[in-house]
Design a protein around this ligand. Structure first.
Ligand code: ADP
Length: 240
């Protein structure tokens, strides 16, 4: 497998006069768990949306393995996406929700059955495959969304506040589960959060965002022990 690397090269993004990402560069290595951490409105989601291909940068380039993402067809980008609002189809079962992206791509029935079983197993939902979303807890619904993002076995998973709607206990359990999946599958994960403790527990590296720029990037330990500015010290020191 080629060594996947994601590179944001001097990315800016403006909406009208509002510059929400400001000349930002960031490299993410294969298999890394990187959190984008910062206050609301600091540009984290916008950066993720550009990587997902849902938004275009105003300037700069995003490269995967050295190739501009705009030159890559969707399946070569090799990414799964999970949002806070799980957006499951209420009238479909768990298995049907997870199968949906495969059906859209015209995958054969036998392969769909096999992939859905495998991915439900990964997120420990085998026994709930015939239920509908309304019959599941918030944590279980979030697992379905995760399963759906993993069904193509992507190398990269983008997550935008995926645990934001869960209560504390469930959230902590899911943090461990996602981290375990990351380790087991060797996934590259880019994880948006405004929760300091979540970023500190889960990440290999944290990029602390402030007004569309990275104020500091480093290991959780380095960010926590050696904040390089008052902004980072105060933001990390805040409790939720
Ligand atoms: P974060 O994820 O850090 O909370 P966002 O990337 O969502 O920040 O937003 C950064 C800024 O960009 C905010 O001020 C937001 O209102 C603005 N913004 C995001 N998307 C749009 C859009 N489609 N049109 C106009 N402004 C937007």
């Amino acid at each position: 497998m080629a060594n996947l690397r994601i590179r944001f090269d001097r990315i800016s993004k403006s909406y009208g006069n509002l510059r929400v990402v400001d000349d930002l560069s960031l490299d993410i290595a294969e298999g890394e768990f990187v959190s984008l951490l910062g206050p609301s409105g600091s540009g984290k989601t916008t950066l993720l949306m550009m990587l997902a291909g849902f938004e275009q940068p105003s300037s700069g380039a995003i490269l995967i393995d050295g190739q501009p993402i705009n030159d890559l067809p969707a399946h070569r980008r090799d990414m799964g996406v999970v949002f806070q609002s799980y957006a499951l189809f209420p009238h479909m079962t768990v298995a049907e929700n997870v199968a949906f992206p495969l059906q859209m791509r015209g995958t054969g029935r036998a392969e769909i059955r096999e992939r859905v079983a495998r991915v439900l197993d990964m997120v420990q939902l085998q026994t709930l495959s015939d239920r509908r979303p309304a019959q599941l807890s918030g944590g279980q619904q979030q697992r379905v969304a995760l399963a759906r993002a993993l069904v193509f076995e992507p190398r990269v998973v983008l997550m935008d506040e995926p645990l934001g709607a869960l209560d504390k206990q469930l959230r902590e359990q899911m943090q461990l589960d996602i981290r375990a999946l990351h380790n087991r599958l060797g996934l590259t994960i880019v994880f948006v959060t405004h929760d300091q403790s979540e970023a500190l527990t889960m990440s290999d590296r944290i990029a602390v965002f402030n007004r569309g720029r990275i104020a500091q990037i480093g290991s959780p330990r380095a960010i926590y022990d050696e904040p390089r500015s008052r902004f980072v010290a105060e933001f990390i020191g805040e409790t939720n």
